[in-house]
Design a protein around this ligand. Structure first.
Ligand code: PMP
Ligand code: GLN
Length: 380
């Protein structure tokens, strides 16, 4: 019938969080902290609500926030971008949607890298793009540059990267981004890089943005998220940064998706981004402590945890942990029998999934992590 609707699926994050709440499990699935922090940002938002405007901000974002984003990147990453290159969006999710709508025309091929964050593929398909999938190579999740190049055709228009990577926590080194830059230049492609985890690298590895690679400066879009930098996932303040020509195309899309993003939260995010580097380092250190706690507890119980540089997640290698390599079945047993929610890494694949890895979120209070470790230890 004319009123038929396409069958869709609900994201794995929502499915696991709902089931977790229903079963009273400890939720190490969807990535969000269970602590109320940081107080500086909460105070900034309260002040902004009481003292600043609650009316529409400019369509591309408050000038103060766009400058604060540029300043943050200059200090934290040595990256030179202009405030005018920033388009503020309602979360990184909208930055991804607006960028994909701006850059992908019906019939264009788009290269996606698996494991892939779940929003990319449906957004590309809704824009009429044709996805081409390339998989990272486990267990160190390196990007196979030969396969990436082989996936490029005359119809390819865009490559989407994610560094640091959700789910596996690895970062793309400068040499790899330079090689990707060379490919993008040679084949005249855009690059969309999801960098929402840039503020959560916990082992000191530097974050390199494609915008820092000369070959990519005029063809890359950098996506960031205040929700991730400040651990306020419900804030949904994000942005896209790109050369003026591309930023304008993204703003064209943004103006008819959400038009603007909550004004008080933009003020608060601007204040937060101007906090000194030492504040950001302390903020990160609390999450590094949670990671160390979960990794130590699970390792003592015989779980094999893969090394990772960033994000709020660790990956359990099931075969190396002497567990059957069926991550979806294990996640189902863990939530029902152990009372711990997790995310199977296979959920981040659109084809030929790896099934031997499970993602756990450590952005939790020490007591939550200790209870989860107890339950997972008892399960083994
Ligand atoms: N990209 C990645 C890789 C993410 O992990 C997330 C958050 N889970 C997002 C985008 C979305 O960020 P936001 O909440 O700012 O929309
Ligand atoms: N980024 C979060 C995660 O990976 C989930 C965001 C969402 O639920 N869409 O867990």
């Amino acid at each position: 019938a004319k009123t038929d609707l396409p069958a869709g699926t609900t994201t794995i994050f929502e499915v696991m969080s709902r089931l977790s709440a229903q079963l009273g499990a400890i939720n190490l699935g969807q990535g969000f902290p269970d602590m109320t922090e940081p107080p500086e940002l909460i105070a900034a938002a309260q002040r902004a609500l009481a003292e600043r405007s609650n009316q529409y901000p400019p369509m591309r974002g408050l000038p103060e926030l766009r400058s604060a984003i540029a300043g943050y990147y200059a200090r934290q990453q040595g990256l030179v971008v202009a405030a005018e290159d920033v388009v503020v969006t309602s979360g990184a999710t909208e930055a991804l949607a607006a960028s994909i709508l701006a850059l992908v025309r019906p019939g264009d091929e788009v290269i996606l890298i698996q494991p892939l964050y779940d929003a990319y593929l449906p957004l590309v398909e809704r824009a009429g793009g044709i996805p081409r999938l390339v998989s990272l190579t486990p267990p160190d999740w390196t990007l196979p540059l030969g396969q990436l190049e082989a996936a490029i055709t005359a119809r390819t228009r865009l490559i989407i990267l994610n560094t640091p990577n959700n789910p596996v926590g690895t970062v793309l080194p400068r040499e790899v981004l330079e090689a990707v830059g060379e490919l993008c230049q040679r084949h005249d492609l855009f690059l969309l890089c999801d960098e929402v985890w840039e503020g959560m690298i916990l082992d000191g590895t530097p974050h390199v943005s494609p915008l820092a690679i000369p070959a990519l400066q005029d063809r890359a879009v950098k996506v960031g998220s205040a929700g991730k930098i400040f651990s306020m996932t419900g804030w949904k303040v994000g942005w896209a940064v790109a050369t003026p020509r591309i930023a304008s195309a993204i703003a064209q899309a943004h103006q008819f998706i959400t038009f603007t993003t909550a004004t008080p939260l933009q003020w608060a995010a601007a204040e937060g981004l101007m906090l000194p580097d030492a504040w950001h380092a302390r903020h990160r250190a609390r999450y590094a402590a949670g990671k160390a706690r979960l990794v130590a507890g699970l390792t003592a119980a015989g779980f094999h945890i893969l090394p990772a540089s960033g994000t709020w997640f660790v990956t359990v290698d099931l075969a190396a942990s002497d567990l059957p390599a069926d991550d979806a079945a294990l996640a189902e047993r863990l939530i029902r029998e152990a009372g711990v929610a997790s995310i199977p890494v296979s959920a981040f694949y659109a084809s030929e999934p790896e099934t031997g890895y499970l993602r756990l979120c450590f952005a939790k209070q020490p007591e939550t992590l200790d209870r989860a470790i107890e339950r997972l230890t008892a399960f083994r």
